[in-house]
Each structure stands twice: as C-alpha cells, then as structure tokens.
Design a protein around this ligand. Sequence first.
Ligand code: GLU
Length: 450
Amino acid sequence: MSVRTRFAPSPTGFLHIGGARTALYNWLFAKKNGGQFILRAEDTDAERSTEASLDVILDGLRWLGLEWDEGPGKDGPHGPYYQSQRTDIYDAYLAKLEAAGLTYEDEGAIRFRVPDKDITVNDLICGDVTVNLKETRSIGFDPETKTTLERNPDLVIKRPNGGYIFHFVNVVDDIEMKISHVIRGEDHLSNTVLHLALFEAFGEKPPVFAHIPLNLNENGSKMSKRDKGALIHEYIEAGFLPDAVNNYMALLGWSPKDDTEIFTPAELMDRFSMEGVNNGNSKFDYTKCVWVNAEHLKRLSPEDLNSNAAPFLEKAGISADDPRVTGALELARERAELLSEIPGVIDSIFTDDLDYDEPSIEKVQSISGIDDLMAALYRALEGVEDWAVDEIKASIKESAEGRGLKMGAYMLPCRVATMGSMKGPDLVPAMVLIGKEEVLGRVENFAELI
Ligand code: GLU
C-alpha cells in the first residue's frame, strides 16, 4: 500500500503548535515510508477562510520545511486542494448516498441514516473505541428545561443553505485523495465512528487512523493561542531554528525510547514511528524548547549559523558579510539560546561607539589602584606583537605577575573597558576580533572615563 498522509487545516489565520505537530507527524510518517504528504485546505467556512489566513499556515509549514507533495500551489492528480472548490465532487458523492437510499430530507437539510450497530475504530495510538451511533446520538440534553431529550441521531450532511458539513467533506476528500493514514488530533477521535459509517456507506475501505493526544499548556489545560509558544509565527520572530522546533514538537508526544533528545531532521525521520507516540497528553514546556534550540545552535555549521543569524544581525545593524562575523558567531553560540539573542552578545565587537554599563563601571572603579592597573593593562596590550589569543593572554599574565597579581585581576577591567560590561562572550577571542588598535583606543577611553 502506498502511504499517503494529509494535513487538513481549517484556515484561521494561525498555525498553532498542536497543528504544526500534527503536520510534522504526517510528514515524517509519509517521508519515512516513501509516501506522499498532502495538504488540503478545509476552507468551507467562507467567513473565516480568507486567502491571508491560509497563507499564514502555508508560510509556517514552509518555514518548518514541511513541504507538501500535493496541495495549494502544487497541483496533483487529486485536486483541487481547497474544499471550497470541490462542490461538484461532494454533489456526486451525495448522489451516491441518495441512490443507495441512505439519505432523506429534513426541514431543508439532508440527513444521512446512521447504521444501528456497533462500529469500532482501531486506532493506532488510542486503541479500540466502539460506539453505536444510533444509541449515543439519540440522547441530548436541553439546558433550558434541564431534561434529557431524544435527538435525531441521523447526521445532517448538507445544511438547508446548501453547505456541506465537515464530516461529509472530510471523508469524501480522504477517499478521493486516496489517503492511507489519517493522523490527527485526539479531539477528532469521537468523530471517527461517524466517519467510518460514511466510508462504509460509500463502499470504501477506510484509512488507518492514528489520533495524537492533546498538547496541554504548562498549567495542564488545553493549550490556547494566547499561551506562550502556541503559535509558529512567534517562533520565527523569537529566533528559533526550524529544525529545533521540529525536534521539540516531535518530542511533544513521541519518545525514541532512549535518552536521545536532539535530532537532526534525518535522524528524526530515521527514528520516528507511530509505536513511539505516547497515548497520554503531552505538556508543553517553553524552557525545554529553548534548550533544544540552543543545542541546535551549537551544532550548526558556520555557514548555516551565518545564514540563519543574518536577518537578526542585519536588524541590529551588523552586516552578515563583515569578516569578523564568523568568529563572533562562534562566540555567540556559546551564550545565545535564540538567534534573536545573538546581536546582544556580540554587538560590542562591531560598534564604533561603545556603551558602558553603569554597574560594571562602578565595579571597576571600586578596585584599589585601578588607575595604575589600567595603565599597566594598556602597556601589556600595546606590547603584544602578534595579536592572537595566546599572545594576548601571555602578555596580560606577565604584566599581572610582575605586579604580584593573578591574571584574573586584569580581566574584569579589561572586559569592561573593551566590551562595556561585565557580561559578554569569551573575552580574549572577542578582543582579537575587535583588533589591537580599537582595543587600545577603548582601554584608553575607559581609563579616562573612570
Ligand atoms: N479541518 C480539521 C481541523 O482543522 C481537520 C480534521 C482532520 O484532520 O481530519 O481540525
């Protein structure tokens, strides 16, 4: 059987982390099995489904690298991939049910006669769920009279206004698009019995179902779009790497059954399996997600680090083509967890107008004999012939020891003088990048300032 999975978002203007995780699992499963990943816009709600609201989802998927084989912008043999353009297909399927006597009209709507028998979903993740639709759907509760009432269990598939409902079009499209595996959120598990009834009514073999447990927020309630980390566009702006977000999302509900936590996309594809998807809800942890990103930053090649950091550098006024950038990024990736934090770690290397942090100045001023120490530091640096890490360190060490001090005594004033703050990247490599002349100028300025 050729594997065909699909992601079928209703365009709402957001790509939520739960939806993105569903897309990722579908993508991984399809790619791993040499299959196809289809994207289908479930845009029958004309008011909410604008082109712009779908674009947000498409952009998010592209950013994550979850490219689809068929779908919007990528025509295939089973299109169109927008439900709003498939009415003729739905009409033809409705005619099949009508011909089989499985529908009837009810106050302008068309209802599907649900079968009176047990139907079992054999879910890959959640196990077996058995329901008799006639029985369960016949009980309703009237909140006004606070009584239970009989409700017509037969499903409305076409509204009086002519619009088809979700269950019907969802099943028709899964048949028409030859979907082999439906991997989606657990919130759709209860719909699946109904979907199976429709597959049977059409005389079609249903796909394999796998419902992914919910993703809860840090307080244990269902994650909403207001929770930090809920929306993919926030990750783009915050400076996450797409591979890191995929890595974290994979772990949000799937376990490789060992301690490995950091995966490249290729490793994820290799290790991912439906058997590893947990059947309990997952809990979103923003701090962990940031940690995963930091680990990916550390592992990027210098070229990839540069290209990923470039937009953030440019925004901070640092040209990504500056020859010092490669070295500076090596220092930054030891400190920054997000791409957006990188300029803040290294901007003092590039500036012509260093800003001094007030508490750091005060700390240096409180060192006894600081004026002499600054003068000695200046001389030590001035005497370095080959401006490189080992030579700078050796010269500072020699000067410090000549004054009966440890090298460390020079480092704080040297750091504040050259970087403007007590905090920052590894100092001596940063000084190499800044260059001898500029460092000497900064030390001189700082000595005057304090
Ligand atoms: N449009 C549905 C949703 O966004 C898709 C359900 C499905 O994957 O079958 O929840």
